[in-house]
Design a protein around this ligand. Sequence first.
Ligand code: ZN
Length: 160
Amino acid sequence: MSVSNNKVVHIHYKLTNDKGEVLDTSEGRAPLAYIQGKGNIIPGLEKALEGKEKGDDLTVTIPPEEAYGVHDERLIQVLPRSSFQGVEEIKPGMQFQATIEGHPQILTVTKVEGDEITVDANHPLAGESLTFDVTVTDIRDATEDELAHGHVHGPEGHSH
Ligand code: ZN
């Protein structure tokens, strides 16, 4: 069986950025389980895994366009301090969850000047080329429920 649409794929992975810093890894955890073709993982990684088999290792560098997007200046906004009610001290680097056009977004504070708070709604990894070292540890057919929901069920995924 090889990786193709509607298969549940288990992978161990290590994610590094351009500078060689490790941003995330499944080492010491259960492998990541996702459904191929459902957008569970970034498009570039899904594309690189297509056709791979259990036991295959690959290293792939994915440009921002196929990862978390290019950095979009329009997603940077200046908000008045009064938008942050209940937050005692606002500092650069703080992250807040907000709903923008119906989608949950993480806003990162990038600058604080008096009552003007600059926030950036780009994904923290926007604009970055990402390198994944991946091992495919298992492949199986997705169940009908999993396909209907668009995500993996069971111990390796959502339990409901
Ligand atoms: Zn579900």
